[in-house]
Design a protein around this ligand. Structure first.
Ligand code: 5HY
Length: 242
């Protein structure tokens, strides 16, 4: 059995349940999916400030997972918060949903569009496309301007779907990436309406993590992702001494 820990970096438990449903829907029967939110952190992540404050909680969940014998992790937030630091703590693979979704999109077309939440997060999506080497394939990043926690409004799904269809037409792209873990369960419906492949990062990261574990691939520890050197952390972070 593969134990996959899917971490929703925000503390919205309804969103964690949705993320867990999506991961379990695509996971192999040989995979156990544990979906969690940290005990501390922002209720949603919509800014650099939110993202920075989400990272300690993500790292605490990874450290706990290492004690629990977790085989691989998914960081289920489109900013991939704490991804590099989590890779330093984890023995197994750690996959961010933005990275996974962009990888998958480039395997099914030349260009992809991203539809995300607030306009202020568009720059972060572009930053990640550049960092992961997908800037040439990313034809456009579009915001629906729906706050993360409002994505469960019935009208939100239609708004996101319409924007995905418009984005594909405007960008001339072959696929669309859903730029928020809260959109994960919109995938099939958006694909039916747009007629193009729709990639949600939760599903893509779940299958990628499973594949890496099946290939026996773990995070390389010779260089940058070696375990952090022992040192003291003080104040609110005093429990982060590993
Ligand atoms: C996410 N925020 O996937 C991101 C989406 C965003 O709380 N979960 C969040 O807007 O960046």
């Amino acid at each position: 059995m593969t134990h996959l820990k899917v971490i929703n970096p925000n503390t919205a438990l309804a969103m964690t349940e949705s993320i867990g449903r999506r991961a379990r829907a695509v996971a192999s029967p040989a995979t156990t999916v544990t979906a969690v939110s940290p005990s501390m952190g922002p209720e949603s992540i919509e800014s650099h400030y939110d993202e920075a404050l989400a990272v300690p909680g993500v790292l605490a969940e990874v450290a706990a997972g290492e004690r629990e014998g977790v085989d691989a992790y998914v960081i289920a937030c489109f900013g991939d918060p704490g991804l590099d630091a989590a890779r330093e703590l984890a023995a197994g693979p750690v996959i961010g949903i933005a990275e996974a979704a962009m990888h998958a999109a480039t395997l099914v077309g030349r260009g992809f569009s991203v539809v995300t939440t607030l306009s202020r997060t568009v720059g972060r999506a572009w930053d990640l496309a550049h960092r992961y080497g997908f800037a040439a394939a990313c034809r456009g990043v579009h915001a629906c301007d729906i706050p993360v926690l409002n994505l469960d409004d019935p009208a939100a799904r239609d708004t996101v779907t319409r924007l995905c269809a418009a984005a594909v037409e405007r960008d001339g792209s072959d696929s669309v990436v859903l730029g928020c873990a809260g959109m994960a369960e919109f995938c099939a419906g958006v694909s039916r309406v747009t007629g193009v492949p729709v990639i949600d990062g939760v599903g893509a990261a779940t299958k990628l993590a499973e594949s890496l574990v099946a290939l026996g691939l773990r995070t390389g520890k010779r260089g940058e992702y070696a375990h952090p050197r022992p040192k003291r952390y003080t104040g609110l972070l005093r429990d982060f001494t590993y």
